[in-house]
Write a protein that binds this ligand. Structure first.
Ligand code: 9MR
Length: 359
């Protein structure tokens, strides 16, 4: 049996998806690693499962689901075993008025995940961004705001149960100091344990995370996150994981990712790469640039693969067609593993190689 067939057979058994013989025949494309050969396109979620990870996943948004070519890829369990709604579960969408909960957008993505057997990552309960004006335009007392946070977290975690939740999103500045948000300015750091407790009360089984960017390698921000995890654990606050967003820049990926992830895990939490993308500063990228991006994806995914308690990798949407980068960093982009025409880039194979690099 050719080795690719054996791979599919094993991965299929792990995934409990149809065996190799029941899968459609693998198509062949020029191999990014060796242009002289044709190679099987290994599904990224298949590769993740073969590396003993729970999933390879992607963020997505309701507005993208009518794109049939996009949807066909998104829906394919061999490619994606996990979904994160990019917007639909945020405060602005879920509680636009106090006590009025609107779940329709999140439900659409949750249902998509359920139907295709994917893990759902709830995103997020408490962030400083994407807030409705009833939250931002009121001068709250600490007891009032405590109740507001508790009500919000309890209700959304209760509605989307049994999964993973980014309960807290982006609590730190890049220098490791606390971000002076509405939450911090009124409640100091108490908003963190109270949100986590509310989430746990709503769902005893959900994996509760704190999610942050620029904590991919060691440094001031990662150190502050480690201190927070230690403090919360000591105080008996329910916390299961740290989400390492990993919004990175081509050629500037930290060199100590694995050590950093291991340091988090040593504190008694799991970790996940939650929002991976690797952007170019200037466009269009050169061929050498695309090769560097392939290596960068491999480095990040390889670090997760090497750390047992790094449970999975999620890209912050999989195609340049829907990436958030050009909107936020004009002139930058091409950060995803699929290009604007939904064709795999070398980065795709970097991810496969990263998973294969497990110890
Ligand atoms: O990509 C998301 C974009 O579509 C939204 O408009 C924006 C505001 O809700 O949030 C973006 O996602 C962010 C994520 O929720 C947290 N980490 C940074 C992401 C990029 O800004």
């Amino acid at each position: 049996m050719p080795s690719w067939a054996l791979f599919y057979l094993l991965a299929g058994a792990i995934l409990q998806v149809p065996s190799a013989s029941a899968l459609p025949p693998p198509h062949t494309v020029p191999n990014a690693r060796d242009v002289n050969e044709n190679a099987v396109v290994v599904g990224l979620n298949v590769a993740a499962r073969a590396a003993d990870k729970l999933y390879f996943g992607t963020a997505t948004d309701n507005s993208e689901l009518n794109d049939t070519q996009y949807f066909a890829l998104l829906d394919d369990i061999r490619l994606f075993g996990q979904l994160t709604p990019r917007k639909g579960m945020k405060w602005l969408e879920t509680e636009p008025e106090r006590g009025v909960f609107t779940f329709a957008q999140g439900d659409q993505i949750a249902e998509l995940a359920r139907r295709s057997g994917k893990v759902l990552r709830g995103h997020n309960c408490v962030w400083y961004n994407s807030l409705p004006t009833w939250v931002t335009n009121t001068t709250w007392t600490a007891p009032e705001l405590t109740e507001v946070v508790q009500e919000h977290c309890f209700n959304i975690v209760k509605h989307w149960q049994g999964q993973i939740w980014d309960v807290i999103n982006e609590p730190f500045n890049d220098d490791g100091t606390w971000r002076e948000t509405l939450w911090y300015n009124t409640l100091n750091t108490t908003y963190i344990p109270l949100a986590l407790h509310a989430a746990r009360q709503a769902d005893p089984h959900a994996k509760l995370y704190i999610n942050e960017y620029n904590i991919t390698g060691t440094g001031a921000k990662a150190t502050s996150m480690k201190k927070l995890v230690r403090d919360l654990k000591r105080a008996g606050v329910p916390l299961d994981g740290v989400g390492v967003q990993a919004h990175e820049i081509v050629g500037e990926v930290p060199s100590d990712i694995q050590r950093n992830l291991e340091e988090f895990v040593a504190l008694g939490v799991e970790v996940a790469i939650t929002e991976l993308d690797v952007r170019f500063f200037t466009l269009p990228p050169t061929e050498a640039g695309l090769e560097q991006q392939r290596k960068d994806y491999e480095t990040i995914v390889g670090a997760c693969a090497a750390v047992e308690k790094c449970v999975g990798v999620t890209v912050w949407d999989f195609t340049d067609k829907y990436s958030w980068i050009p909107g936020t960093f004009p002139g930058s982009g091409d950060a995803c593993p699929w290009d604007e025409n939904l064709k795999e880039k070398p980065a795709y194979y970097g991810i496969v190689d990263g998973f294969e690099r497990r110890q």
